[in-house]
Design a protein around this ligand. Structure first.
Ligand SMILES: [Zn+2]
Length: 254
């Protein structure tokens, strides 16, 4: 079992500390910066054992080298992205498993936002660290990969158990909700969700983690093959990739 500590950093990033409860072995998912992460590690008296990077963007790896110097921790990233993950030691591929103490996770390769993006899935606890692949009510921009890659990546995430908790890389929920509402203003479930989001944000509370089961019903980027939904947002049903691509382009222009 892992305990998760959520650290808001920079403007809207989330870095996560994970601690295996039995062994106290620790990991840090996507340390954007050194200072804010080190402060929490000191407060909690944690020596960091691992860093886990979902992708190479600087707001996800910015703290790698300083944390490694301070804690002599090992850095985990995608084998195929080893040239772009600063300080990488442990190079994993799709379906590889690795243990933080007694808590094991699997690599899910999710190219699209970047080529070589990976997610960390803790199957036993049904926890996914999704980086910039999916957010609550949204998904990452396609910077390096193709819409087809991103569609396949989302299909992989969609196939996980509905109870999966998603810990993503950014607090983008409110602006994503505005887009979802723009597409489908009369969705009563979405309206309810939006008032919950607004309440949380007004109290400076995170909207993350989100629940996969709820995302399947509300996130436009999970619904590219839902005929009723496509009809309600005036999109003709074409191929999965084509449907996804048109929703993504609408969001890019929103
Ligand atoms: Zn990114």
């Amino acid at each position: 079992m892992i305990e998760i500590i959520q650290i808001p950093v920079l403007l809207d990033n989330y870095t996560y500390l994970i601690i295996d409860k039995e062994s106290k072995v620790s990991g840090c998912i996507d340390p954007s910066v050194f200072g804010d992460v080190q402060k929490v590690l000191e407060e909690r008296n944690i020596r960091l054992n691992f860093i886990l990077n979902t992708h190479h963007h600087s707001d996800h790896v910015g703290g790698n080298i300083e944390l490694k110097k301070k804690h002599d921790c090992k850095i985990i990233g995608n084998f195929f992205d080893q040239d772009r993950i600063p300080g990488i030691d442990i190079k994993l591929k799709e379906n590889d498993t690795f243990k933080i103490g007694d808590s094991s996770f699997t690599i899910i390769e999710t190219s699209g936002h970047t080529i070589g993006h990976i997610c960390f899935y803790f199957k036993e606890q049904k926890i996914l660290f999704s980086g910039d692949t999916v957010f609550s009510l949204g998904c990452g921009r396609i910077f390096e990969g193709t819409h087809e890659q991103m569609t396949n990546s989302i299909l992989k995430i969609r196939s996980l158990p509905k109870e999966t908790k998603i810990y993503c890389g950014h607090e983008y929920t409110e602006s994503n909700a505005n887009f979802a509402k723009h597409l489908n203003p009369n969705d009563s479930l979405l309206k309810k969700k939006i008032s919950e989001i607004k309440r949380k944000r007004s109290e400076s509370l995170p909207t993350i983690p989100c629940l996969l089961g709820e995302e399947l019903k509300l996130n436009p980027f999970f619904r590219f093959d839902d005929k009723e939904y496509l009809e309600s947002i005036n999109l003709k049903n074409m191929s999965l990739v084509e449907n996804f691509k048109r929703i993504r382009i609408m969001k890019d222009d929103f």
